[in-house]
Design a protein. Sequence first.
Length: 496
Amino acid sequence: MHEHGKSDNLVVPAKPPNNAGGPAAEVVEGRRLAEGNTGSSTRSGRSAGPSVTSGLDRVREVARRDKEARFTALLHHVDLARLWAAYVAINPKAAPGVDQVTWGAYGQDLRANLEDLLRRVHSGAYRASPSRRVYIPKPDGRQRPLGIATLEDKIVQRAVVEVLNAVYEEDFLGFSYGFRPGRGPHDALDALAVGITERKVNWILDADVSDFFTKLDQAWLMKFLEHRIADKRVLRLIRKWLAAGVTEDGNWSETTEGSPQGASVSPLLANVYLHYVFDRWARQWRLKHARGDMIVTRFADDFVVGFQYLGDAKRFLNDLRKRFAKFNLELHPDKTRLIEFGRFAAQNRKERGLAKPETFDFLGFTHICGKTKDGRFWLRRVTIKKRMRAKLKQVKAELRRRRYWSIPEQGSWLASVVRGHLAYYAVPGNIDSVSAFRDQVRWIWREALRRRSQRHRMTWERYGRIAARWLPPARIVRPYPSVSFAARTQGKSPVR
């Protein structure tokens, strides 16, 4: 089965042809070396424009044609143009790493700096710096560690990721959506919605991997990379990034497992790891063991699996726990659930005297078994309440920092906040939640203006004109999943 063709739509029949998919190898075996077949070096396709052929086109062609090929010559594709494009793509306002070098300062003598960096990368003199560890709050109140890499590490990592993507975008399976070129969370959400709505899904495995980025086994990761990458210089770079460690409060600590969160290379490494540990295994499990329909959607380390039969779901969950244990991973015992969910879940549970089907969260939305006005099944997706509360709390705090800004300045900033919220959460069926978000922003802004204008009463009439002038109206901006999904997958691969 060509993984970037029809299988990209995530939804799969119970038993496809027997020749679909191969065995999921787990260790490095003897493979053909693709030496000399990717030797052309040109400017980056992105920076050179569509009329210039990228040197990575040949890599993609070989990766697509020969699934056993191992690439021995990749680092030469990391050239000055690719480093330059990587620098431009970095947020100029991003926090600096341990060396405190900012985007602007590095750009003062950009060509000379990049030429020196390129020389060090190709000569082996380049040294990875430790990440500067900071903590950001999670929606559940815990702190998530984040590693801030130095600017040069970010530049080299972005360039290497672009080169490696030319190989792995031909390997990754269709139901993997996280941090891949041309794919985003709404593609995963739409695919999941279509799968639940149009396939025979009665049970949902809502899985959560415990501390994935900190428990990822580096030895296994390197073995997986060596399935396709035989360029020792590229592998040496990745080892340097993994072994660079972190600094916190001036103290350096070694990282013997995991991948540094926040590093540009981490999402790709995570996808490679889960491609071999989960994706290929799940596809093979479906081919060998599933008696009914089965759907899979994965976004980074967050995935949902749907089943037609409870027996399949229980067996898959049991086998998955064993599979993960082999690779130093574990499903979170309190956040991994098997629930009855789908088109017939409400009726089946009612006949058994049970309550309405449970809900599950995925990529910012609570998924609910709902009904249309004429009684048909409708998968409702509403904003996760704690996510919205956390965002409103953040808006209130940020507005307090901007309390001395003029009304047009505040209004322009709040308009961007509301537009961003609508762009993600304004999906069909979620109008009440996005309207509530706008109303709360409107109220927070009025209270902020009233506190700073004690001598001039901010009446509702006056404020109504201000809010109408600046805050965009709440409306649905995302298409229905079936429409978006059909447009994305019909006729061509969604990753090209």
